[in-house]
Design a protein. Structure first.
Length: 249
């Protein structure tokens, strides 16, 4: 019962994770924080407005994104200094994980304000845990450079890093990325996790060569989590597994 829970702490910045696909993945704590906060800092106010409307409430919002995060940080700090409670959200997933938020968090901490995480959906964790690759040690890279030379150089620099490599990629560059992985890590197993928690969620498993063959037969949509097995890891069968959860409504 929410009446038995402590109120939000004044002057606190709450980092609220939001669904990456299935709306049922939002937590009760996230909903309560969004309902009770003074202000929502949103990467895209239109998208966040739709999310709030889906759950039956609205809140004052201010936009923050890559190109205005510094200015918005100052405004957010000013409101925290007045004792307001601010919920920071991105379009999907956890703020600061390949999304805006890190600069705001650093500024709030440097100014002596409390920062509290309201954990929840994260594509990195969802993809890793269901990939079948080792999760006891992994290295998260996020999005690689759009430039092929820089991307290839970065992948080469990670060859000696232990554990599973995890990165994000768009459907427009996935074929180029697989070609680079094929050259640099030809023997390693790769998993592509796409449309996570959505209706057409699926995992593609095999070597980069195997996956390139699959891409010749079909095109892939949606942002993806790409996972590369550690060197000398056990091979996984080159099979395609599709999981279709219930419609998120």
């Amino acid at each position: 019962m929410t009446e038995n829970l402590p109120p939000l702490a004044p002057g606190t910045l709450y980092l609220v994770a939001t669904p990456i696909g299935n709306l049922e993945d939002i937590t009760l704590r996230a909903l309560r924080t969004l309902k009770e906060c003074t202000l929502v800092g949103a990467e895209d106010t239109r998208r966040t407005g739709q999310l709030l409307k889906h759950f039956g409430f609205s809140k004052p919002m201010v936009s923050y994104f890559q190109f205005n995060e510094a200015k918005r940080s100052e405004q957010i700090l000013a409101r925290l200094s007045r004792g307001e409670t601010i919920a920071l959200v991105t379009d999907a997933g956890s703020p600061g994980i390949s999304d805006p938020g890190e600069r705001v968090v650093r500024a709030a901490l440097a100014a002596g304000f409390r920062v509290e995480s309201v954990p929840g959906p994260c594509a990195l964790v969802a993809g890793l845990t269901a990939s079948g690759l080792p999760a006891d040690e992994f290295h998260f890279i996020g999005f690689l450079s759009h430039k092929s030379g820089q991307r290839r150089k970065r992948l080469q620099s990670l060859a000696g890093v232990p554990g599973t490599l995890v990165l994000y990629e768009s459907p427009f560059r996935i074929e180029k990325l697989l070609n680079e992985i094929q050259d640099i890590y030809p023997e390693r197993q790769v998993v592509i996790a796409r449309e996570l928690t959505k209706k057409f969620e699926e995992y593609l498993r095999g070597s980069a060569t195997d996956l390139l063959v699959q891409l010749q037969k079909r095109s892939l949509k949606g942002e993806m989590v790409v996972l590369i097995a550690p060197g000398q890891g056990k091979a996984l069968p080159a099979v395609e597994i599709e999981c279709v959860p219930e419609d998120q409504g």
